[in-house]
Ligand binder design. Sequence first.
Ligand code: 6PG
Length: 241
Amino acid sequence: MKSSHQIFDSADHLAKTAAETIEETGRAMIDQNGQFTLVLSGGSTPAATYKHLISSKLDWSKVHLFWGDERSVISTHPDSNYHLAFENLIKHIDIPGDNVHRVASEEDTMLAAQQYQDEILYFFGMPEGSWPSFDLILLGLGDDGHTASLFPQSDAVSETASLVVENHVKKLNTRRITFTLPLINAAKKILFLVAGDAKSTMVHRILKNIDVSEPVPAQLVNPTAGEVVWYLDKSAARQLN
Ligand code: 6PG
């Protein structure tokens, strides 16, 4: 696994550079394969990156958007990761509706996870049991070391057969829909976007390979052939030096 990190003096500089990286990766993938499969992350950090992406020169007709995880809420709910991307990017760009692969989070979470897995396999034209390789997956980091909706000690962390599962997150008393680690690790490139002092202890643990005997979910992001890049603002990287 190729891994690197870059530290930015502000969260906005991180976001601007992340948008540039997404655009560069997208143009290369479109040149190479005629399309760009981009997996968006949730929470709050990526909003600034999505805003910067509005002005990118990407040919959105060749970009397919997916979500690495989703909350069990309707798509217009403020907690929805789709809603975050819609408000900060999708409604401002000319992207065909068929290119926006939203999780049907209004459904029962088990059903939504199965439907999303089927949609991904259908999109890639692959049979059950295959592991599609997304061009770029954006990930965030929780201060407990979760990523996507793979929370420590939750069942989905050890899932090895499915691409997408429902996950019961005890600490939040909720059920989420999430990519599994094998699907994340099949990606060509993974970009973590992490900002804020609250993440600095976990960033230090992960990037210094501490406590790997009891890894947090983000420490299990280890793509077979792909690369992992961490974009950190100064606060999140505070304990690295
Ligand atoms: C989610 C995310 C989750 C998020 C982290 C960081 O649905 O909540 O996918 O993994 O990336 O919790 O969230 P913040 O960006 O809000 O710190």
